[in-house]
Ligand binder design. Structure first.
Ligand code: NAD
Length: 545
């Protein structure tokens, strides 16, 4: 098994190794020393020139999916250049390699497929998962794994869901500098119940319906055991599992291995950071707020749980803290009298008469904040926004559903519908909005503010567990990076251009908690920031001879 530090390969093999390839940027000396003479055109280009050439071509493409394909191809041939392009143009490139474009890329995955990336492990592989993982040529430090059942708000995409672990791990590197050689995307192909995919000749996955019950659990368990056997220190991030599996898998493994679920815990952390920023504008405290969620799934209950943890950390009783959070799901307001509620909703099933829909719940409860995470587009209607504006001087309106087509409202609608008073955050990017002579800059409550820094911090200290306390520390750290100037223009998050610094600070915060709680395997350096920085991958080329 290679480690990132191993000697670079030679000749044409080197040009085909994306972790080492520099293409036309190999110097004269390197070309002689590494058997490259004649295999490249004579002129040596700098990485800056290569980046400019790539961007020139990328910007000529009109279609985001074509841009996604061009970026994937670059990723496949030259990782350093790919990450230079991403890091230096993060605002432009992030929406192309992750939400919203990655949703479309998953839906079209089989049709745009060029080269495999990561590992596919299927239900037919029971009994040989460790052997399969040994085919991976590197020592994985972080695995992002999906079973493709709930890809963004797009439902079951089966093995096509691989776009998500690949995209997410690119963000680990782009946003925090996690070494790409440590990153392993995994798709567990449990089958798919998406009939359109099963009928699609280009679908990449197994032609079978989803496996459930013990067969499903056994493969997950074998995968977790095998991953830890083959890569003993690996962090395993669960991603885009349907909520009937996501919560119970998190519960089963969170205290046994170093794992987290970004849809639940990462989302919670970024949303709580957004709320903390909104409180600064309002001049209120967490306990002054009442949150009404549209949706009661992974995002909603994850956010509610972390809000409760934040209130408890302020000395508020847990039962009291929970009464600040209310959920509306597809059957209406979650109330105590409802039968058959999923376990994660129970803490928020308060005494109240049944209410059938969101607007009625809003009228009955008069929340100060609405958080949309139901993946149903357009549900923050003009009536909903008006009701919020009528009862709040500064209503908190988070339309977090992805992709853009599923957003509860656009930024423009949020500002128009509340006379420009909404404290707004979104799941997908929206352009700045001019309102009453002011330019309001909505920012994405993007999980990429959180999970890359969490991963980097966990790697830097050798975290043995990832806890909710760490996600709360990450939320506070992120919120602390929002400047008064950001708040003044309506931005509840810092600009994406500062993401590397944000991630580094979050990494330090995570390591601090890990050391404090005895959850770190590596010795602590005097300078924790330097300890974190040591792990950071720099996409600028290094000489290799
Ligand atoms: P989920 O499937 O776990 O939950 C969806 C919830 O919405 C379920 O409780 C369901 O009952 C409810 N719902 C469905 N239709 C509804 C309706 N008509 N009215 C009310 N409730 C309804 O999904 P999730 O992981 O919670 O994600 C939800 C959405 O949030 C997705 O679009 C996802 O992309 C987005 N999200 C955004 C961020 C972010 O912006 N940082 C992070 C995570 C998730």
């Amino acid at each position: 098994m290679k480690t990132p530090q191993d000697a670079v390969p030679h000749g044409v093999q080197l040009l085909h190794d994306p972790l080492c390839n520099k293409g036309t940027a190999f110097t004269e000396v390197e070309r002689d020393a590494l058997g490259l003479r004649g295999l490249l055109p004579p002129h040596v280009h700098s990485q800056d020139e290569q980046m400019a050439r790539f961007l020139e071509n990328l910007r000529k493409l009109a279609d985001p999916l074509e841009k996604f394909v061009a970026l994937s191809a670059l990723h496949d041939r030259n990782e350093a250049l790919f990450f230079r392009v991403v890091c230096d143009n993060v605002d432009e490139i992030m929406p192309l390699i992750y939400t919203p474009t990655v949703g479309l890329a998953c839906q079209r995955f089989g049709h745009i497929f060029q080269r495999p990336r990561g590992m596919f492990i299927g239900v037919n592989d029971r009994g040989r998962v460790a052997d399969i993982l040994r085919n991976w040529p590197l020592k994985a430090g972080i695995i992002v794994v999906t079973d493709g059942e709930r890809i963004l708000g797009l439902g079951d995409q089966g093995a096509n869901g691989m776009g998500i672990p690949v995209g997410k791990l690119s963000l680990y590197t782009a946003c925090a500098g996690v070494d790409p050689a440590l990153c392993l995307p995994v798709t567990l192909d449990m089958g798919t119940n998406n009939e359109a995919l099963l009928a699609d000749p280009y679908y990449v996955g197994l032609r079978r319906h989803r496996v459930t019950g013990p067969a499903y659990d056994e493969l997950i368990d074998e995968f977790i055991t095998a991953a830890r056997e083959v890569f003993p220190d690996v962090i395993i991030q669960f991603e885009d599992f349907a909520n009937h599996n996501a919560f119970r898998l998190l519960e089963r493994y969170r205290d046994r291995i170093c794992t987290f679920n970004d849809d639940i815990q990462g989302t919670a952390s970024v949303a709580v950071a957004g709320v903390l920023s909104a409180l600064r504008v309002k001049g209120t405290k967490l306990a002054d707020e009442k949150f009404l969620f549209l949706g009661a799934g992974e995002a909603a209950t994850g956010i509610a749980d972390l809000l409760v943890a934040a209130m408890v950390a302020l000395g508020i009783d847990v039962a009291e803290a929970r009464r600040h959070c209310w959920l509306v799901d597809s059957k209406g307001l979650v109330v105590k009298s409802r039968e058959g509620l999923a376990a994660q909703k129970l803490p928020y099933a308060h005494e109240h008469a049944p209410v059938a829909d969101f607007l009625s719940a809003l009228t009955a409860l008069r929340p100060t904040a609405i958080i949309g995470v139901a993946a149903v587009g357009g549900t923050f209607t003009p009536e909903v926004l008006r009701a919020m504006a009528d009862t709040n001087q500064r209503p908190i309106v988070f339309a977090l559903s992805n992709p853009t087509s599923k957003a509860e409202c656009t930024a423009e609608q949020a500002y128009q519908g509340t006379d420009g008073r909404a404290l707004f955050a979104c799941g997908s990017p929206f352009a700045p909005v001019s309102f009453a002579g002011k330019t309001l800059v909505p920012r994405q409550g993007n999980n990429c503010y959180i999970f890359p820094g969490v991963g980097l911090g966990a790697i830097a200290c050798g975290a043995t567990r990832i806890t909710d306390e760490m996600f709360l520390a990450a939320a506070h750290t992120l919120a602390s990076q929002v400047t008064p100037a950001d708040l003044d223009q309506g931005s509840l998050f810092p600009p994406l251009t500062s993401i590397r610094e944000v991630s580094a600070r979050i990494a330090v915060a995570i390591a601090e908690v890990a050391y404090e709680r005895g959850l770190a395997a590596k010795p602590r350096a005097d300078d924790l920031r330097a300890q974190v920085q040591e792990q950071v991958f720099d996409p600028h080329y290094r000489t290799c001879v």
